[in-house]
Design a protein around this ligand. Structure first.
Ligand SMILES: [Mg+2]
Length: 260
């Protein structure tokens, strides 16, 4: 697709965060103006992340602080999508939620019944406050055969000095200890978050464009959900990595700033 075709067909842009709109605390290039121009064209913007270690309000605070968020913009995480999924498919069930304090509060406010003693379903989010007591508890519930969900599959989370273990690494541990893999993973590149998003923002899949810097999460997510996609080369992926991959984004740009 050309830039013009993408702009013509898209009502809602899903914007990955790290490597796409910012790197750490720094917006990429003139991102603030780029987003303003997209809003002026009537486009809806939703910041989308697989990172379920933070609650919506924490991302809103960060994006506002660095000047990228306007009032009408959406923010959506794999944690929020997982809460929606539980409400729809495990309505009223007691949930063992492995997550940070902020995210546990977000789930409780969303009306999810959290239960650490006698749950009916388990959800592993990105718990950066994880303790051995929690690991032991989840392992026990998994070996008892409880339904097992995870927010996202990423092995590592990028940091300023390399990377740190993410949910995918924890999943490898639980696979060894309890011989269980998740019955469902909610976030990119799968479809549960795509369905939750399109329902929440009332937009047809064909009018959604995913913008991201990772082929195997962002671009695959778009393909799995029937969204169009823009690969930006401002983060993880290089031209050589794209050439070696079977993923085919609809458009490739040096950064999102090159769209407008
Ligand atoms: Mg990224």
């Amino acid at each position: 697709m050309t830039k013009e075709e993408v702009l013509q067909t898209t009502a809602l842009f899903l914007l990955d965060l790290d490597g796409t709109v910012y790197i750490e605390d720094n917006p990429i290039g003139r991102m603030k103006e780029t987003l303003a121009r997209l809003r002026a064209m009537g486009k809806r913007l939703v910041f989308l992340t697989n990172n379920s270690s933070k609650a919506e309000w924490e991302y809103r605070e960060k994006l506002a602080r660095i000047g990228l968020l306007e009032g009408a913009d959406g923010v959506y995480t794999s944690g929020m999508a997982a809460a929606e999924y539980l409400k729809e498919h495990f309505a009223g069930r007691r949930v063992f939620l492995v997550a940070t304090r902020a995210v546990r509060e977000e789930f409780a406010r969303a009306g999810i019944a959290l239960d650490d003693a006698d749950p009916e379903v388990c959800l592993l989010a990105y718990d950066t406050e994880l303790t051995f007591a929690t690991i032991k508890k989840l392992d026990g519930f998994l070996r008892r055969g409880l339904p097992f969900l995870a927010t996202h599959p990423d092995d590592v989370c990028p940091t300023a000095d390399g990377s740190m273990p993410d949910v995918g690494s924890f999943l490898a541990m639980f696979e060894r200890s309890s011989r269980r893999t998740p019955d469902l993973i909610v976030g990119k590149p799968y479809t549960a978050m795509g369905d939750a998003l399109t329902a929440r923002f009332c937009v047809p899949h064909a009018q959604v464009c995913m913008v991201g810097d990772r082929l195997y999460t962002d671009i695959r997510f778009a393909a799995n959900n029937g969204f169009s996609s823009i690969l930006v080369l401002s983060g993880e992926t290089t031209r050589a990595m794209l050439d070696a991959s079977s993923e085919r984004p609809d458009l490739v740009l040096p950064s999102l700033n090159d769209l407008v």
